[in-house]
Design a protein around this ligand. Structure first.
Ligand code: SAM
Length: 289
């Protein structure tokens, strides 16, 4: 029992509610409150924000967020057994924990902020972690409703988010992240910290919206990176042919070399390609009118 948190130890909560971990829900629980408090602190000053937590599980990180002063936590959990277990935490912190039973992929998180800035802190279920991140990065309108994202991923995924051109990890996820956010890895977490332990090391990543936005249409950026990285070792003049139209003119109007390969093109380069593609289309629409 911790000094600041008179709730029962998480192991007892897990036992009392029969929370055997389900692989299908990506359940790897963190039971060490010192560690979950460290993750909560990585989310910055939580006293004015509404914190959205995806997948609270038995509540280790949820409790840490509340202990670290979160004004309010909105916790979205798919597993009803965990939702029931969290009721004791909600009772202990009256008015500060809202529990939503549902799939985080389809919950309208911005609708639960009570007019406050939102911030997301989560030990994500690995099976939907990337899809959730992509949704947060593609938020419209921009700037987004969230001030920061403090997220735990498998380390290999975390490295893809922050990868720079020329590295093996650089790909679509790095471009999408760099387009909208500034991201850094804060610290690693050993598999031993989890119950049950996953096979791989995890890492906590902190993302904030880019100070200087790079304007382009998200779906077009997605098309361009899919084409380019679909054949990452081919030159752009070859890999971008699938986009149709005059490939060389497109590459030239983006200011890139036709002989460049996807893995060496900067985020700004991909944004220029997306803008050029949209301009080409707008031009051909006008001509066909
Ligand atoms: N936050 C807890 C912790 O750190 O101990 C649990 C983290 S565990 C990696 C992921 C949690 O996400 C599980 O509790 C799981 O039931 C939940 N989950 C899985 N898929 C989900 C989804 N689509 N929407 C909401 N919660 C989900």
């Amino acid at each position: 029992m911790s000094e600041d948190d008179p709730l029962p130890p998480l192991r007892d909560v897990i036992r009392a509610h029969g929370l055997s971990a389900r692989k299908s829900l990506g359940q790897n629980f963190l039971l060490d409150l010192n560690l979950t408090r460290r993750i909560a602190r990585a989310g910055g000053d939580l006293s004015a924000a509404t914190v959205v937590e995806v997948g609270p599980g038995p509540g280790g990180l949820t409790r840490a967020l509340l202990m670290e002063g979160a004004r309010k936590v909105v916790a979205i959990e798919r597993d009803r057994r965990c939702v029931e277990a969290l009721q004791d935490v909600a009772a202990h912190y009256p008015g500060r924990l809202e529990i939503i039973e549902g799939d985080a992929l389809s919950v309208d998180m911005a609708a639960h902020l009570d007019g406050r800035p939102g911030t997301i802190v989560a030990n994500l279920p690995y099976n939907v972690g990337t899809a959730l991140l992509v949704g947060w990065l593609e938020t419209e309108p921009w700037p987004p409703w969230w001030q920061s994202l403090t997220l735990m991923f498998q380390k290999e995924v975390a490295e893809r988010l922050i990868a720079k051109p020329g590295s093996a990890a650089y790909g679509r996820l790095s471009v999408l992240t760099g387009w909208r956010a500034e991201a850094r890895i804060l610290f690693d977490i050993s598999p031993k910290a989890f119950t049950p332990p996953p096979k791989v090391v995890s890492a906590v990543v902190h993302l904030t919206p880019r100070a200087e936005p790079l304007a382009c249409h998200g779906p077009t950026l997605s098309r361009v990176t899919a084409a380019a990285f679909g054949q990452r070792r081919k030159m752009l003049r070859q890999s971008l042919k699938s986009l149709g139209g005059d490939t060389l003119a497109l590459i030239e109007s983006a200011g890139l070399e036709p002989t460049a390969r996807a893995e060496t093109v900067s985020v700004e380069g991909f944004v220029a390609l997306a803008r050029a593609l949209d301009q080409t289309r707008a031009g051909s629409d006008v001509r066909s009118d």
